[in-house]
Design a protein around this ligand. Structure first.
Ligand SMILES: NC(=O)c1ccc[n+]([C@@H]2O[C@H](COP(=O)([O-])OP(=O)(O)OC[C@H]3O[C@@H](n4cnc5c(N)ncnc54)[C@H](O)[C@@H]3O)[C@@H](O)[C@H]2O)c1
Length: 260
């Protein structure tokens, strides 16, 4: 993809799952990649593994994206190490059980802290280096911003909020040369699923049912999401801002009303 080689990316939640997949793809495209995650041990291991696999320069940054003291230090470390910043991928997120009868304010606050405040805070702290080089921000939202399931209202609200945040930031930051877009993944098999998959009587059978609900007849992978993220960071997306893109194998196009 045009305009990625030699540039610098900062990926949050990069220790595993979709964030790791994004870090790997951007490294394969020739970018220097700062990998930020609250899981210090795993992010250090994965940063080394991606550097070894791709030959790219990586930097592990153990950081909580909600921490107002740690986030500026992590951005500064990235800029100091790689000389600037071109692409910020706000991927770190949590999914907590949000059944309305028992939803506690602390659950709501933690979920919205990580999934909504985190992207805002990291973007705020990255503004100066991003503006200096005409950078791009990609926020990882979810299909839950559009269609959701029982017990997921808190998560759906946070991810819908990421869509509004994306549009508002695109408006504010466009004049400073910064593009801001959102990606809405559907079912991508990662450890985040353990919240609900571990409780299923037969997880493998459930996965087959979910896959069958997709026009593509399969679940998504981190690489499926990473391809779109790489495009949105590249010069090929130079006039795209404020947009939200589904990567869901067509899951959301199908009505669940039985065919008449
Ligand atoms: N997997 C899916 O099906 C799916 C679908 C739609 C959207 N998403 C979104 O994609 C993103 C990545 O999800 P995933 O499936 O890879 O999840 P995951 O749980 O596998 O990985 C999330 C990563 O974020 C890190 N993290 C969590 N809280 C953090 C914090 N406060 N600061 C820094 N790092 C933190 C975790 O340590 C972990 O490495 C999330 O925003 C999630 O909501 C996932």
């Amino acid at each position: 993809m045009r305009g990625l080689r030699g540039r610098v990316a900062f990926v949050t939640g990069a220790a595993q799952g979709i964030g790791r997949g994004i870090a790997l793809r951007l490294a394969e495209e020739g970018m220097d990649v700062a990998m930020a995650d609250v899981n210090a041990t795993v992010v250090c291991e994965e940063a080394k593994a991606i550097a070894a696999a791709t030959g790219a320069r990586t930097l592990a940054l153990p950081v909580d994206v909600c921490d107002e003291e740690a986030v500026p230090l992590a951005i500064a470390a990235c800029v100091r190490t790689f000389g600037g910043l071109d692409a910020l991928i706000n991927n770190a997120g949590v999914d907590l059980n949000g059944a309305p009868d028992a939803l506690h304010r602390s659950t709501w606050n933690r979920l919205h802290d990580v999934d909504l405040w985190g992207p805002m805070l990291v973007t705020r702290e990255a503004l100066q280096p991003l503006a200096a080089r005409g950078g791009a921000v990609v926020n990882i939202a979810s299909t839950h911003a559009i269609v959701t399931q029982p017990g997921r209202a808190a998560y759906a609200a946070a991810k819908a909020g990421v869509g509004g945040l994306t549009r508002g930031l695109a408006l504010d930051l466009g004049p400073r040369g910064i593009r801001v877009n959102a990606v809405l993944p559907g079912y991508v098999r990662t450890p985040i699923w353990s919240l609900w998959l571990d409780e299923a009587p037969d997880p493998e059978a459930l996965l087959e049912v979910i896959a069958a609900h997709h026009p593509m007849r399969r679940l998504g992978t981190p690489a499926d999401v990473a391809g779109l993220v790489a495009f949105l960071c590249s010069d090929d997306a130079s006039f795209i801002t404020g947009a939200s893109y589904l990567v869901d194998g067509g899951y959301t196009v199908q009505s669940h009303t039985p065919t008449l």
